[in-house]
Each structure stands twice: as C-alpha cells, then as structure tokens.
Design a protein around this ligand. Structure first.
Ligand code: G6P
Ligand code: MG
Length: 220
C-alpha cells in the first residue's frame, strides 16, 4: 500500500540543482579548478561543506586551505546561490510537479520533503508550495547526510508511515542510495546511467504523473 511520497527538492521539484552547479562552477573557476557535469553528478544531494571538499580534492587543493578559509569559500558559494534563488517564482516549478502534488493530496497520499539544503525553506516559500507538505525535513534536522537513510527515515517517522509504504523521489546518486537504504521504493529523475540503482527512472518530471508512479510502485 502506498502511504506517502517523499520528495527531494533540488532538481526534483524545481531546477535549483542547476543553480547549485552554476554557483559551484563559478567558485571553482576562481580557484583555478574546472569541473564538468559528469563530476557535478557526485555533488548532487551532498552537503555544502562536503561538496566544497570534493571540489578542492579534484583540484588537489584540499590541504592548501585552513578550516576558516573553507568556511569563507562555502559562504561565498552560498551568497551566489542565494542571489539565484531570490528571483524564483511559482513558475519555476518543474513540469508536472504541481499536478502531482495536487493529485497526491486528492488521493490522501501523504507528502514529505527530504532536502539536504539549508535553503530548502526559502525555496519552498518562493515556489509557494509549503501547504502541500505534511512534513519537511531539512539539513538542520539530521546528523547524517545522504547516502545515509536518516533524512528519509525521519520523514517517514514524522508522517507515521512504514518506510516500505513510501516512494522516495530523487535526482541524485547519493539520494537514490539513501532511499534504497531506507527500504523505500526509489524513483530517479534524470540520467538512466547515473541513477541505475533506482527502482523506476524517468527522464524528466513531465513523466512523473500520479498514474505512472502508482503503477510502478505496485508492479514491484
Ligand atoms: C542539496 C543539493 C546539493 C547542495 C545541498 C546543500 O542536497 O542537491 O547540491 O549542496 O543541498 O545545500 P545548501 O543550500 O545547504 O548549500
Ligand atoms: Mg536533488
């Protein structure tokens, strides 16, 4: 039985994954480090500081920075990111997402948010979709980051549903791994190869209809 759908935010509900990419890329270039979209797949779903560590390691600069310098770099990236999200409106919801949220509500399926971002509330506010969520679990409420299942398990617990009756929706490798580790049905949005651990994969959110996800869930 399907009791809840728990969504990742960045890259699933809205295309803030692109804004994170743009902001990191600019910071990396200032440090003389270049990275491509393939490398960026590894940053999706990963916390701010861990993302910075991975970028510095890529450029062989991991040991060159003090902790205070790393804090300053992470802060700089976030300032750029905040500028990008400040202009968001409800029009920035990805295709089909508003219909899906509405249909889940109509069908009495609970809706959760599991985002590693400290900016999650701001983004939800900009999109004006806060009322759809029965629970929101963000970076401030969990100790372990994805691929650890804690964030998805916390959402299920707050929704008072068994994880095996939940669908998790993710665009990140680390996120799909977290959903699977939580013993939920994993839906991946995006690249088939990057998200191959998922139980069901759609190329874009336009394919994420209520009927499609319910059919996929019960086929298992
Ligand atoms: C999400 C995104 C990551 C981002 C992380 C932290 O998981 O997929 O790209 O690094 O949140 O976001 P924050 O807004 O706290 O820097
Ligand atoms: Mg994501």
């Amino acid at each position: 039985q399907l009791n809840a759908v728990i969504f990742d935010l960045d890259g699933v509900i809205t295309d803030t994954a692109e804004y994170h990419f743009i902001a990191w890329k600019q910071l990396a270039e200032e440090l003389g480090i270049t990275f491509d979209r393939a490398f960026n797949e590894q940053l999706k779903g990963v916390s701010r500081m861990e993302s910075l560590e991975r970028i510095l390691a890529l450029g062989d600069q991991a040991d060159r920075c003090t902790m205070a310098e790393k804090e300053a770099l992470a802060h700089k990236k976030n300032e750029h990111y905040k500028q990008l999200i400040a202009r968001m409106t409800p029009d920035d919801l990805l295709p089909g997402m508003l219909d899906l949220l509405r249909e889940l509500k109509r069908q009495n399926v609970k809706i959760g948010l599991a985002s590693a971002s400290k900016n999650a509330f701001t983004v939800i506010e900009r999109l004006q979709i806060g009322a759809y969520f029965d629970t929101i679990v963000d970076a401030a409420k969990v100790k372990n980051s994805k691929p650890h299942p804690e964030i998805f398990l916390t959402a299920a617990k707050q929704l008072r549903v068994d994880p095996s009756t939940c669908i998790g929706v993710e665009d990140a490798q680390a996120g799909v791994a977290a959903i699977k580790a939580a013993n939920m049905f994993a839906i991946g949005v995006g690249d088939k190869e990057a998200l191959k651990e998922a139980d069901y994969i759609v190329e874009t959110t336009a394919d994420l209809t209520y009927d499609a996800i319910v059919r996929a869930f019960y086929r298992e």
